[in-house]
Write a protein that binds this ligand. Structure first.
Ligand code: ADP
Ligand code: MG
Length: 322
C-alpha cells in the first residue's frame, strides 16, 4: 500500500508546486472562501495550506488518506461538467507517502481531528478543539525518495512554479481570497470579492492591472472576456498568459499563439503580453486530455476560437492607438 502510494506519487507529485496544487484544489473543493499558503525553502522545507472550508468529519479523516477514497463525483469522461477539481482520491495518500504530513480539520458540527503521517504511516490521531476548516502542513518533502529530489530544480524555479499555480487558481476563482507567503513575505494576496481585474491586481500589482485593456466577444459557440496588456507592457516569459475555460485554467498552444497573433507585429521578438482570458463554451467542445494534471486540453473548433480571440485582441489594441 505504501509502495503503491509512492508510485502514484511519482505521477501526481513531481515537485513542491504539485503539493500546493493538490492541497489548494482540495481547499477549493471544500467550499473555502479563504485559502492561505505559506512556504519555506521553496516548499521543500515546508508547505502549509490553511482553508476555511467545510472540513472533514472525524470518521472520514483516515479514510481520506487511503487511495481512491475520493468523496467527489468521479467522471473521467467529462471533467468539465464536474465542478470539483479533485477526482482521483490520490493526492493525500501520495503526499503522505513521500513526506511528513499533519492535517488538522474540523467541521462545524464535530470536534476537530489532528492526524500525523510520515512516509505513509499514521503516527498520531488526536481530537482537538479547532475552528471549522482544514490546515495541512507538509514538511520534509521527498525525504524518502532521493530520486525525486534529484529532479527538483533551484529554489528560484520551484518558488516560481508555486507562484504560477497560485496565480492560476486565484485567477480562476476571483471569489476566493488567496494569499501566498514565502519565508514570511507575502507574494500574492487577492481580495476574493472584486472580479477578474481586482484579482489581476492582487497578482500582478494594482498599477499593472489598471493599465490592462478589457476585451469581450461572443459568437454562437464562444463567449470570451478578459484583460490584455498593451504591446509595450510585455514580459520575457509566456507564463503571463492565462486562459480559463469554463472557469478552469487550461494549457493550449493554439490559443496562446492566437493571443500573440492578436498583437500583430507590435510585439518585440522574445516578448510576450500579459493576458487573462476567460472563455465560456459548451463542455461538449472540450476534450480533457488523459494527463493526470488535467491542464492540457484539446478543443473542437479550436481554430475558430483562435480566430475570434486574435481578432478581438487585434481590434482592441488598434482602438487604443487611435
Ligand atoms: P480527491 O481530491 O481526488 O477526492 P484527495 O486525496 O485530494 O482526493 O482528498 C481525499 C479526500 O479528502 C477528498 O475527497 C475530501 O473528502 C477530503 N479532503 C481533502 N482535503 C480537504 C480539505 N481541505 N477540506 C475538506 N476535505 C478535504
Ligand atoms: Mg484532491
Amino acid at each position: 500500500e505504501v509502495l503503491a502510494n509512492q508510485i502514484a506519487a511519482g505521477e501526481v507529485i513531481e515537485r513542491p508546486a504539485s503539493v500546493v496544487k493538490e492541497l489548494v484544489e482540495n481547499a477549493l473543493d471544500a467550499g473555502s472562501t479563504q485559502v492561505d499558503v505559506l512556504v519555506t525553502g521553496a516548499g521543500l522545507t515546508s508547505i502549509q495550506v490553511i482553508d476555511n472550508g467545510g472540513g472533514i468529519a472525524p470518521e472520514d479523516v483516515e479514510i481520506a488518506f487511503r487511495r481512491h477514497a475520493t468523496s467527489k463525483i468521479s467522471s473521467r469522461q467529462d471533467l468539465f461538467k464536474v465542478h470539483s477539481l479533485g477526482f482521483r482520491g490520490e493526492a493525500l495518500p501520495s503526499i503522505a507517502s513521500v513526506a511528513d504530513v499533519v492535517l488538522e480539520t474540523a467541521t462545524d458540527s464535530a470536534a476537530g481531528v489532528r492526524v500525523h503521517y510520515r512516509g505513509g504511516k499514521l503516527l498520531e490521531h488526536a481530537t482537538t478543539a479547532l475552528r471549522p476548516g482544514t490546515t495541512v502542513t507538509v514538511t520534509d518533502l521527498f525525504y524518502n525518495t532521493p530520486a525525486r529530489l534529484k529532479y527538483v530544480k533551484s529554489p528560484h524555479t520551484e518558488l516560481g512554479q508555486i507562484g504560477d499555480i497560485i496565480n492560476r487558481l486565484a485567477l480562476s476563482h476571483p471569489d476566493v481570497a488567496f494569499s501566498l507567503a514565502s519565508e514570511g513575505n507575502i507574494l500574492v494576496r487577492t481580495t476574493g470579492n472584486g472580479g477578474l481585474q481586482q484579482t489581476i491586481a492582487g497578482i500582478y500589482g494594482v498599477k499593472l492591472a489598471r493599465k490592462m485593456l478589457a476585451i469581450q466577444a461572443e459568437d454562437l459557440d464562444f463567449k470570451l472576456q478578459g484583460f490584455v496588456s498593451l504591446p509595450e507592457l510585455t514580459r520575457s516569459a509566456r507564463r503571463y498568459l492565462t486562459v480559463l475555460i469554463n472557469g478552469r485554467y487550461i494549457k493550449n498552444f493554439q490559443l496562446n499563439k492566437a493571443i500573440i497573433a492578436g498583437y500583430g507585429s507590435k510585439l518585440m521578438v522574445g516578448r510576450y503580453p500579459i493576458a487573462v482570458i476567460a472563455i465560456e463554451m459548451d463542455p461538449i467542445l472540450v476534450d480533457v486530455n488523459v494527463h493526470p494534471t488535467k491542464q492540457e486540453v484539446r478543443l473542437s473548433k479550436e481554430e475558430e476560437l483562435g480566430k475570434l480571440l486574435e481578432t478581438t485582441i487585434f481590434k482592441r489594441i488598434a482602438q487604443e492607438n487611435l
